[in-house]
Write a protein that binds this ligand. Structure first.
Ligand SMILES: [Zn+2]
Length: 218
């Protein structure tokens, strides 16, 4: 019987965080709690906080820390997270949120915070190579040798690059992420809770590194 785990996962876009979160969630049998999913679920279930968040989002605003922390608190109190643990993805984003998380998770504190490290040039290359079928959404990776126009193997639609996957757009997102996340990495490092994992290589190898490190600190 594999024991649960209580984790926060950090990593820049394109680092493979989504894939590894799914695998970790299955391996440790804990919910993968991403901020977006959590918000949508709260709105759908019409919880008090969900309705407050919906009102703000409908008005074009950003849901503030108080509501986000309340939502995380609610989610972590559910039986699955309470008994087995959780993987938080997309929260906390700021040191203030991290401090609030320490308070609401006081009875089920983090085992560790994973920083999935992939060099900026690597993720830039990965994201810049992404192509998608405009009609059916099938994903492709450009190698440079494709015939133009590039036609989807599944449906015959046009295979294109998304507007927000261009190097300029990706660089802007990566800058923003670094600006936001470096204080958080410093905070968890200073409090001895940061585990940096090399995210370069085959997903199976990265997964093995992750579970080895997690099992070590738990
Ligand atoms: Zn297609």
């Amino acid at each position: 019987m594999i024991p649960g785990a209580r984790l926060v996962i950090l990593g820049r876009q394109g680092a493979g965080k989504g894939t590894q979160c799914v695998r970790l969630s299955r391996h440790y049998v804990v919910p993968h709690i991403s901020t977006g999913d959590m918000l949508r679920a709260a709105v759908r279930e019409r919880t008090e906080l969900g309705l407050m968040a919906k009102e703000i989002m409908d008005a074009g605003g950003l849901v503030g820390d108080d509501i986000m922390i309340g939502l995380v608190d609610e989610r972590l109190r559910r039986p699955d997270a309470g008994s087995r643990g959780y993987i938080l993805d997309g929260f906390p984003r700021t040191v203030a949120q991290a401090e609030a998380l320490d308070v609401v998770a006081a009875e089920r504190p983090l085992h560790t915070v994973i920083d999935l490290v992939v060099p900026r040039e690597t993720v830039l290359a990965r994201i810049s190579a992404r192509r998608v079928c405009r009609d059916c959404g099938t994903n492709y990776t450009a190698t440079g040798g494709e015939r133009q126009p590039w036609i989807c193997e599944v449906c015959g639609g046009d295979v294109l690059q998304r507007d927000d996957d261009t190097p300029d757009a990706v660089n802007r997102r990566l800058d923003l992420y670094e600006e936001q996340t470096s204080p958080l990495i410093e905070f968890y490092g200073r409090t001895g809770r940061l585990t940096a994992i090399d995210g370069v290589g085959h997903p199976d190898d990265v997964f093995h590194r992750l579970t080895t490190a997690i099992d070590d600190v738990r």
